[in-house]
Write a new protein. Structure first.
Length: 256
């Protein structure tokens, strides 16, 4: 009888430990949606644009290496355009070099989901990498606008870096701009001037955020800087990509 009782206790203990481990694994497996631009024309310059590689690669690996599952979506689906300047060797980072050789992630990029096919209910947060492209399409895309609203109203983090806060331009919650009264950052007017595109972009991000009621702040050009105001997380420029991802990860880990 003692052997049977001991066996029963051991079996129950193993079962409980297994159930606990499964529960913990389930808890840490968060899922984030990355939204990239489908726009590839840099205004009337005849040059190409798209998403900025570092702003995708750095956050992707910062999250994926911590066990976060990531899906990628674009307005048109399929391969999103890459800003050719972000592929220049002078713009390379450890993360972009890793991406260049990551066949699995490159395959995901070639086969992004359409925005119309995704639902915020399937994710814990959304992340918008930048590049100039979002100023043209995601700023006006009704599906993207509704998606950001849905994430935010369902108390899920929404994160943006560099030019991608432009996707917030027409986002409203309860009739007010989502950014109204919020602390925020994004690609600055001085940085836009430095790259010579002040007269090319459809709007200056810093100006639009302020006109929509945001409390905009920035640091020196090209310096890492990220701002967190509740569920809203923003970064100023490419160098801020990892900071934004880290703040997003902290929010994800804080949720039960």
């Amino acid at each position: 009888m003692k052997k049977i009782a001991l066996f029963t206790i051991v079996a129950l203990t193993v079962s409980c430990l297994t159930a606990t481990a499964q529960k913990q694994n389930k808890k840490v497996m968060k899922k984030v949606l990355f939204v990239l631009t489908s726009h590839d024309k840099l205004g009337n310059t005849g040059e190409k644009t798209g998403f900025w590689t570092e702003e995708f690669a750095a956050p992707y690996y910062e999250l994926a290496d911590k066990g976060v599952q990531i899906d990628i979506a674009t307005p048109l689906g399929g391969q999103p355009p890459i800003d050719p300047k972000s592929e220049d060797p002078s713009a390379a980072t450890d993360d972009t070099k890793r991406l260049d050789n990551d066949t699995a992630v490159l395959s995901k990029l070639k086969n992004t989901k359409k925005l119309t096919e995704v639902n915020q209910a399937d994710y814990d947060a959304v992340f918008y990498p930048g590049g100039h492209g979002p100023l043209w399409d995601l700023a006006e895309d009704k599906t993207s606008i509704a998606l950001i609203e849905a994430f935010y109203t369902n108390k899920k983090p929404v994160a943006f870096v560099c030019h991608s806060p432009g996707a917030l331009k027409n986002v409203k919650v309860n009739g007010e701009y989502l950014v109204k009264g919020k602390k925020i950052t994004g690609f600055s007017n001085s940085e836009e001037e430095a790259v010579g595109l002040t007269k090319v972009v459809p709007f200056l991000l810093e100006d639009v955020l302020q006109s929509n009621g945001a409390t905009y702040s920035k640091v020196g050009d090209w310096q890492p800087y990220a701002v967190e105001d509740g569920l809203l997380i923003t970064g100023q420029n490419p160098a801020s990509s990892t900071l934004v991802a880290q703040k997003l990860l902290n929010q994800l880990n804080s949720k039960k």
